[in-house]
Design a protein around this ligand. Sequence first.
Ligand SMILES: O=C(O)CCC(=O)C(=O)O
Ligand SMILES: [Fe+2]
Length: 334
Amino acid sequence: MAMASTTIPTLDFTRFREGSTLERQTFSEQLLAGFVRYGFVKVVNHGIEDHMIQGIFDQSKEFFEMPERLKLKAEHPPRPDPHRGWSRVGKEKLAGITGFQKGVRNPKIVDDAKESFDIGSNQDPLFPNIWPDEEDLPVFKAFTSSYFEQCHEVHMGILRCIELALHLTEGRLESLCCANHTELRLTHYPEIDVDSLRGGKRNRITEHTDFGTITLLWQDSTGGLEVEDPLAPGVYIPVETKHKSEMVVNIGDTLQRWTNDTLCSVNHRVTIPVSMRDHDRGMLPARTSIAFFGKANRDASLRCLSEFSRDRPPRFDEDVTALEYNQRMVEKTY
Ligand SMILES: O=C(O)CCC(=O)C(=O)O
Ligand SMILES: [Fe+2]
């Protein structure tokens, strides 16, 4: 398969958090340029401290290492509502939405070789969280809840940058998003043999776009995350990070719809890491990632915003709410 030699840009968020008005504007424009070109950027110095990031990976490890009978105490309900609790390996199939944004259907549905744990806002009145037993994991709930709050702040900061770069009124995007519909997901990809990931027999995660506003993602050093080059369909760019604290940020369908394709959600997947690509045999080590899916308010419409549909026809004119859209996607994958 053809490989791109390109890499996604890395930006230092200090320039936004501590910079002058001019520096904030310049940073925001560079961030926007990265999003427009790749749909993905890496951000360093985003404000979440290293000990928090190490802590969330530690909590994740403790949860996934528990025996199944303890994980089952926090099992995801059978219905595909916004995700809460533990989903075992094979439960979710992102192949169900592969090609959705491009309007093509994926004929081949394969399981994703991963298990996950989903957390919503503790203030969410509609879909309460499902927690493991405090006796089994004493700090899990408190720690992951505080990580969730910090991710929410970063989500709002990135939206502010997008507002600045697109010359939107301050608060235009932020006011459409509160924490209630967002989700923090811990994912564990168990050890797997390289051969079973070859030729799409199985995937760690099948190519898909995320449904929300933006996703914030942290990954361990295993590798395997790849992004489809928007300028070269079918060519995937590996996204490896040097340190766990580097945050990968990508655009989701919600921003694509609101901005009438000014920003676009981009396909991504998790597969064989570059370092193992030439190996016919062998085991891939387990992999862990932490993803925060920023979302719009549940009742917000995902129609193109008026600012983006004055001069060109709106490509997304359907008055679907963020909750309805979320459900539509989740029903195809879960
Ligand atoms: O594990 C990763 O690096 C990516 C996960 C992902 O794309 C997702 O859960 O939507
Ligand atoms: Fe994703």
